[in-house]
Design a protein around this ligand. Sequence first.
Ligand SMILES: [Zn+2]
Length: 112
Amino acid sequence: MSTYKEIIPLLLAKKEEIEARLRRTDKHIHHRDEPLSADFSEQASEVSNFEVMIALDKEGKEEISQINAALGRIESGKYDECSACGTSINKKRLEAIPYTTYCLACSDKAQA
Ligand SMILES: [Zn+2]
C-alpha cells in the first residue's frame, strides 16, 4: 500500500503557486485608490475585472483549504479514502487532482 508521501511536494508546490496568485489578486482588490474612469465602458470593464478578481480569490482560497485537507489526510493515512463512500480513490485520479476528496463515482454524483 502506498503512503502517498511522494504527493506531498506536489501539493506544497501547488499551494505555493496559488498563494503567489492570491497575493497578486489581493493587490488588485485592495489597492484601488485611483477613482473609476468617467468613461462608462471603461468603468464597466473595471467592475467586471474586479468581480473576476473576487471570484479568483475565493477559488484560490478554497483550493488552498482543499490542499491543506489533503496534506492532513496523507498524514493520517486516509489520503486515498473517498470522503463520501469510503472506497479508495483511483491512483491515476489522485495524480491528476491531488487534492480531490471524492472517488470518480462520487465526484460525478456531486456534479450531476
Ligand atoms: Zn466515493
